[in-house]
Design a protein around this ligand. Sequence first.
Ligand SMILES: *[C@@H]1O[C@H](CO)[C@@H](O)[C@H](O)[C@H]1NC(C)=O
Ligand SMILES: *[C@@H]1O[C@H](CO)[C@@H](O)[C@H](O)[C@H]1NC(C)=O
Ligand SMILES: *[C@@H]1O[C@H](CO)[C@@H](O)[C@H](O)[C@H]1NC(C)=O
Ligand SMILES: *[C@@H]1O[C@H](CO)[C@@H](O)[C@H](O)[C@H]1NC(C)=O
Ligand SMILES: *[C@@H]1O[C@H](CO)[C@@H](O)[C@H](O)[C@H]1NC(C)=O
Length: 590
Amino acid sequence: MLSIVLVLFVSLWYSVAQTSVDSYVATEGPIAKTNLLANIGPDGSKSQGAKAGIVIASPSNSDPNYLFTWTRDSSLVFKALIDQYTFGQDTSLRTLIDEFVTAQSIIQQVTNPSGTVSTGGLGEPKFNIDMTAFTDAWGRPQRDGPALRATAIINYANYLLTNDNSTHVTNTLWPVLKLDLDYVAQNWNQTTHVSCLNRRTLTDIHHRFDLWEEVSSSSFFTAAVQHRSLREGAALAMQIGQTSVVDGYTTQAANVLCFMQSFWNSGGSYMTANTGGGRSGKDANTVLASIHTFDANASCDSATFQPCSDRALENLKVYVDAFRSVYSINSGIASTNAVATGRYPEDSYFNGNPWYLTTLAVAEQLYDAITVWNAQGSLNVTSVSQLFFSTFQSGVAVGTYPSSSSTFTSLISSIKSFADGFVSVVAQYTPSNGSLAEQYSKTDGTPTSAVDLTWSYAAALTAFAARDGFVPASWGAAGLTVPSTCSTGGSGSGGSVPVTFNVQATTVFGENIYITGSVDALQNWSPDNAIILNADNYPTWSVTINLPASTTIQYKYIRKFNGAVTWESDPNRQITTPSSGSFIQNDVWR
Ligand SMILES: *[C@@H]1O[C@H](CO)[C@@H](O)[C@H](O)[C@H]1NC(C)=O
Ligand SMILES: *[C@@H]1O[C@H](CO)[C@@H](O)[C@H](O)[C@H]1NC(C)=O
Ligand SMILES: *[C@@H]1O[C@H](CO)[C@@H](O)[C@H](O)[C@H]1NC(C)=O
Ligand SMILES: *[C@@H]1O[C@H](CO)[C@@H](O)[C@H](O)[C@H]1NC(C)=O
Ligand SMILES: *[C@@H]1O[C@H](CO)[C@@H](O)[C@H](O)[C@H]1NC(C)=O
C-alpha cells in the first residue's frame, strides 16, 4: 500500500515537474528568439549602432561592457538560426543570414592586433560593433572563432547546394570559408596561447593568461570544433570541386582528432578541458564541445565525444558534481538531481556563479543522447559510463539494453527527468520577463553580470530544440578512426627527442617512483608497465625517455610500495615536446 502511494506520488511529482518544464519551454522559447534577434544589427531593438548581420554579445555597456561582437558568440548564434532556416522552421531568416555572411567577409579583412587576414588576424576574438578593430589589450588570439564561423556557414552552404544555388556557394561562401579553414588547418597546433571561453574582463584575462601561458595550455572545446570544421570543410570542398584543399584538411583533421584524445583523464574519468594552472580541468568547455559537435550518424562514438558516448556521459557527471558544493543555491539538492552549473568550479569571475548557457548545455547533451538511444533502439552501459548510469539505477550492470527491456525504459525516463531538471533550474532563476543574463547568483539565483546575453538565448533555443528531438545535420563524424600516433602536422613530426623527467618526491624505504602517460613510449597509462625513475639524486627522481617530437603528451607519476599503486592527484600533467633537441621537465610530486 505504502509503495503504491509512493509510486503514485512520485509519478505525480514527475508529471508536475514535466508540465512545468513544458510550460517554461513554451513561454521562454519565443522570448528567447525575440530577445536574440533584438541583439543583431542593423534593426535589432537593443543593438543600435551594430552593422547589418553583426551580433552584439549583450547590450550591457558597463560593468561589464559587452557591447562588442565576438566571433565565437556570433557564430554559435547564427548556427542556431541557420538550423532553424535550413530545416524550414523559420523561412524569414534568409536576409539576416546573408547579412551575417557579408559582415563576416568584411570582418575577416580588418587588420587587428592579432594580424592581417593572412598573418593571424582571423584569430582575433572580438571587434567593435561597427566592424572596426578592437585594439585594447585582450586574451588573443582565440582559435575557436574561425572554426565555429566555418561550421555555421557550411551548414548554410550545404542547404544551398541541395536547393540549386551552388553559384552562391562557390562564388560567395567558399572564399570566406577557405580563409577560415586554411587558418584552422595551419594554426590548430599552435598551442602557446589561451584559446578557451574565458575573456570577459581585462583583469580576468590577464589572470588567466598568465596562468595558462605558463603551461602552454590548449582547450578541448577549441580542438573539437576545429576538428569538426575541417571534416565538413573537406566534404564541402569535394562537393564543389575545390579538391586541392581536401587532402590537407583531412590530414589535419585526423591530427586534431588524435590530439583530442589526449585530453581524456582516465584516472578521473573526464575530459581535462584546460590543462595546468592549478585547475581541475572540469569545465563546461567539454559539455559545450559535445553538443556543438553532435552528429547523430556517429551514434555513441567516444572518439568524437558524442553526447551519448560513455566518455561524454561520465564527463557530464563529473562536471555536474563539481558544482554541488560550490554554489549555495545547490545545497540540499539530492546527489541524483539536477543543480546549477557554471564554467568551472574554480571560477572567480563576478565571484564565480552559475551561467544559464552552461546549465542548459547539460540538458541539451542529455536530450541529444536520448534521441540517439531511441533511434538506435538500445543503450550501452560500459565500464566507463557505469557510474553515470548507476545514478539512475544503482547496481546497473555493464551491457547492452534493448528498447524492449525495462532497464532501457526506466533509464531513459530517469535521464529525461534529470535533463528536464536542468531546464527547471534555469526556469526557477529566470526573471518573470523571461530575460536571460549571462549568470545567476550562486547564493540567491538572481541574474547577474551582463543582461540579455545573446549566447544565453541561443543556448535556450538549441536546448529546447534538442528536447523536441531535433537532430541537426550530420557533419561526417561517423566511422572515423583515430590515428595510432599523433602528429602535430609540422615538419618536426615523425622524429623523437630525449625528454628528462625530474620529480622531487620523498619516499619510504622500498618505495619507488614511476611514470606513465598518453603515448607508447610512456606505456599508455599502464601502471603495471610504468617506467621506473632512478633516485641517484634523491629526493629528486629522474629518467630520460625518447618521446615523439612536436607532440602534446600527458603523464603522471605513480608510487609503488608493497604492491600498492598510488597515483598523483589530478589533473594529468602535460608537456609539448620540441621539434628537435632535448627537453628537461622539473616537477614536484603532487
Ligand atoms: C542564391 O542565394 C543568394 C543568397 O541568398 C541569392 O542572392 C540568389 O538570388 C540565389 N540565387 C538563386 C539562383 O536562387
Ligand atoms: C553498443 O555497443 C555495440 C558493441 O560495441 C555497438 O555495436 C553499438 O553500436 C552500441 N550501441 C550504442 C547505442 O552505443
Ligand atoms: C527583465 O528583468 C530583469 C531582471 O529583473 C531586468 O534586469 C531587465 O531589465 C528586464 N528586462 C526588461 C526588458 O524589462
Ligand atoms: C546519416 O545516416 C543516414 C542513414 O545511415 C544516411 O542516409 C545519411 O546519408 C547520413 N548523413 C550523412 C550526412 O552522412
Ligand atoms: C603545424 O601544422 C602546420 C601545417 O601542417 C605546419 O606547417 C607547422 O609546422 C606545424 N607546427 C608545429 C609546431 O608542428
